[in-house]
Design a binder for this molecule. Sequence first.
Ligand SMILES: NC(=O)C1=CN([C@@H]2O[C@H](COP(=O)(O)OP(=O)(O)OC[C@H]3O[C@@H](n4cnc5c(N)ncnc54)[C@H](O)[C@@H]3O)[C@@H](O)[C@H]2O)C=CC1
Ligand SMILES: CC(=O)C(=O)O
Ligand SMILES: [Mg+2]
Length: 439
Amino acid sequence: MEYSIIRNLIVEIPQVPGNFAKVVSVIGSEQADLGDIETLKIGTHSTIRDISVQFEDETHIDRVVEKINQLGGGITIHAVSDDVLKAHEGGKIHMGSRREIRSLGDLRRVYTPGVANVCKAIEKDPEKANYFTSIGNSVAIVTDGTAILGLGDIGPVAGMPVMEGKAVLFDQFVGISGVPILLDTSDPDEVVETIKHIHKGYGGILLEDIGSPHCFEIEDRLKAELDIPVMHDDQHGTAVVTLAAILSACRTAGVDLAKAKVGQIGLGAAGLAICRMLMAYGVEEMYGSDLSDDAKDRLEKSGGTVVSSIDEIMEKSDIVVATTGVQGLIKKEQVREGQIILALSNPHPEIKPDDALEAGAAFAADGRLVNNVLGFPGIFRGALNARAKDITYPMLIAAAQAIVESTRDGDLVPHPLDPNVHVAVTEAVERAANTGLVQ
Ligand SMILES: NC(=O)C1=CN([C@@H]2O[C@H](COP(=O)(O)OP(=O)(O)OC[C@H]3O[C@@H](n4cnc5c(N)ncnc54)[C@H](O)[C@@H]3O)[C@@H](O)[C@H]2O)C=CC1
Ligand SMILES: CC(=O)C(=O)O
Ligand SMILES: [Mg+2]
């Protein structure tokens, strides 16, 4: 069963023993996936509950609703609400102020005429902008909309909910102001020029969901030309977290990663960066496959070995990572006993972890668990704290190691809401940045 829709059932249940169990049992018997349950109202005779459920499709919802309504005894569904859409009403972020204006004195300090002195101080010594403005704590989240999750080239405006989501994570996990920037061009020259012209307002640039191959050129050029940290999240944020998950799996399984055979399906932004990161870490046998000859050439130029089919990757590899955006690409029959399988495409993986485990995999995870959310917030916080001008490989490796050290034995990665992991990544990246400065 592939769940793709979340809905909340607002159900009134008369207070008769066993009634609630009847509702839950309909959800279970129809193979819908029960989530959070919230009690909205306890009345004299009945209780109203908000039950979050994942469904396969619209007809699946209709079937469950009909069966619950047929239970009788006063059990009634009052509404089927889409909480995901509701959570996006009005957008998820807004620009707020850090100073209140309650008096004319406040106004004159925060705005004119007082502000002019601050402007002059910064004009005299531009470094002062780090103290007297929000620039050093702001990161532009830039997309051209060409590879929004695995949804493809849906354009920057349709990608805005993802960019707002990244901004929410920046704010809540590490206190960075993330500012979405939507580009209506994917031409590398125009993207680079545009970012160069706006970069002065930001302490760093997070490139997000910019597809391959143009993402490689855009990132390389910006890193060379700008004196603030630039990172393409889908490449390096993903590679960091993938390396961490693989290291944790190897630790539990007692496998030496450098000696393992690793296969990467999909050699786009995420896939090629994962291969490069694993090879930099010492993996000697790195296989990859893609539909695009150019993508395969890039792997070969980076030192990996191209194989002709997914069958061959599955056959050869101890560890398989997939980032193709293609739901269900890996079949259960292709899974080998004891394999580590990370099917990382969002919103739907190449193989569901349960299916991979059932087929004999030793470890399996999807892109909800092994997700760059564990990396990019702390990587930027660490880089901004250190006033780093770049995000370097040693900083990324330090981030991966911090994630491994924050992972409980037997798990692949930490829980994304564990604040310790973001602190650990921040500190490790800051340390690595400062060490780099001393060398
Ligand atoms: N879990 C996570 O943190 C992350 C997951 N991803 C996911 O990875 C997927 C790819 O993202 P990007 O690398 O940014 O996109 P991309 O467009 O740069 O790369 C996708 C690559 O997959 C290849 N591909 C497509 N179908 C294939 C097939 N049947 N066999 C072999 N190769 C195939 C394409 O030719 C392309 O090279 C998306 O679904 C995205 O959500 C990306 C970044 C982070
Ligand atoms: C998580 C993420 O960045 C992606 O799926 O594109
Ligand atoms: Mg992304």
